[in-house]
Design a protein around this ligand. Structure first.
Ligand SMILES: Cc1cc2nc3c(=O)[nH]c(=O)nc-3n(C[C@H](O)[C@H](O)[C@H](O)COP(=O)(O)O)c2cc1C
Length: 392
């Protein structure tokens, strides 16, 4: 990672639908998608701005009904899952409008109860791409089969998981349109591996990207790009991941440091301040989702860090029954409450997910507009930029 401008031109990225009834194909001028950040961080403002600047804007689509309840009174009388669908529909329409009809993707977690309904609603509302992780989205091709132009991409963290996905989807006559690889060593939020697996050092990006590329090529799926996520902060990182065989990158943590991130919830200033000021490595904390989560070290995440052997379950109510894996009574805490607390600027109780670059003191940490950030990602950082520059 460095602040030097690089004149190498980034290649375009093309994603096409492999549904038998579709000829849809989208080419991005810049091979950059923003990663979905739940709950509520990547809304229409951010996603649309990424698309307008030549990349692919991706909304988070999970449990929107819960944080929305406090600001959109019209959803208050709706049942929880119905509120999720209404909020998602509204975000998709809003993002499409702000993107001038351009690309809008949605990120969904397989681990939520209403995954299938959210996927169906996303497709029906006209999203261009569904990126689905936190579990393997085995049934996704069937769920959206009536919408040939909705492209679909599973998130995987190992060649083994990619093999399972490709085999299953090809057997259903619907190969993936892209594969998103999330590195368990770098990406923010929930990880697709146990702490022991992460600590073993297995599944490094270079190895998995190359392995998945080979797997796809052997199947004749040479036009299916591998989109690499985790630890990508600047243009040099993008070029590195492309040199390993990725067709594009998915970046999340750096996009959190934009004016547009969390705009629908007041701008998430505490989240951004923490990103700017943090100098400690990200930690792995326990999540009721059953997977480790990578987060900034704060009072809350420290209580549930894997390094904290004295961890105690926290008494809590279950406001929304969001996760399939979560046992209302026995779960260690309510993740929805603590993710929402982060969205609402509550430093003490918030769970602030972040990728590995959060502990990198050399990373440039400024809150920029998406326009300025995309310009820097495409052209390289301006020579005058210094590390950890401006304040929020
Ligand atoms: C605050 C935050 C929330 C995230 N939420 C989700 C999510 O809801 N679903 C998901 O698939 N990935 C989620 N991620 C992972 C990102 O989409 C992305 O793949 C990953 O963070 C990339 O690594 P980077 O942050 O180093 O760029 C989240 C990441 C962050 C930082």
């Amino acid at each position: 990672m460095s602040a030097s401008p690089d004149n190498t031109e980034l290649p375009k990225l093309t994603i096409r639908s492999h549904h038998k009834d579709s000829g849809k194909e989208i080419t991005f001028d810049a091979p950059i998608l923003n990663g979905g950040m739940g709950v509520g961080v990547t809304g229409p403002e951010l996603a649309a701005a990424v698309t307008r600047e030549g990349g692919g804007g991706v909304l988070t689509g999970i449990v929107l009904g819960y944080p929305f309840q406090s600001i959109l009174s019209k959803y208050l009388d709706k049942k929880p899952y119905e509120a999720n669908l209404l909020a998602l529909q509204e975000w998709i329409h809003d993002a499409k409008e702000k993107a001038n009809g351009g690309f809008v993707g949605v990120n969904l977690m397989v681990a939520v109860h209403d995954f299938k309904e959210l996927a169906y609603t996303s497709a029906k509302s006209g999203v261009d791409l569904i990126v689905a992780g936190a579990g393997l989205p085995m049934a996704l091709p069937e769920v959206v089969s009536k919408f040939p132009d909705t492209m679909i991409a599973p998130i995987i963290s190992s060649v083994k998981a990619a093999r399972v996905m490709v085999k299953r989807w090809v057997s259903k006559g619907r190969p993936p349109d892209a594969i998103v690889f999330e590195s368990v060593h770098h990406s923010g939020g929930h990880q697709g591996a146990s702490v022991e697996e992460i600590m073993s050092g297995a599944n490094q990006p270079q190895e998995v990207i190359g392995g998945v590329r080979e797997l796809l090529d052997k199947q004749g799926l040479t036009d299916v790009p591998v989109i690499s996520a985790g630890g990508v902060w600047d243009k040099n990182d993008i070029l590195k991941h492309l040199s390993w065989g990725a067709g594009g990158v998915q970046m999340a943590s750096r996009f959190l440091l934009t004016n547009e991130a969390g705009a629908e919830f007041g701008g998430i200033s505490v989240f951004k301040k923490l990103y700017m000021e943090n100098k400690k490595p990200a930690i792995l904390e326990r999540s009721p989702a059953g997977l480790p989560g990578r987060a900034i070290e704060t009072p809350f995440s420290s209580r549930f860090a894997f390094s904290n052997i004295a961890m105690k379950n926290e008494p809590h109510s279950c406001p929304f029954v969001c996760l399939v894996s979560c046992d209302k009574k026995a779960s260690i805490y309510c993740i929805l409450d603590h993710l929402t607390a982060a969205l609402k600027d509550n430093y003490e109780e918030g769970l602030f997910f972040a990728g590995s670059n959060i502990g990198n003191v050399d990373a440039i940490k400024e809150v920029l507009s998406v326009k300025e950030l995309m310009m820097r990602l495409i052209s390289g950082e301006p020579a005058s930029t210094t590390s950890n520059a401006a304040a929020v």
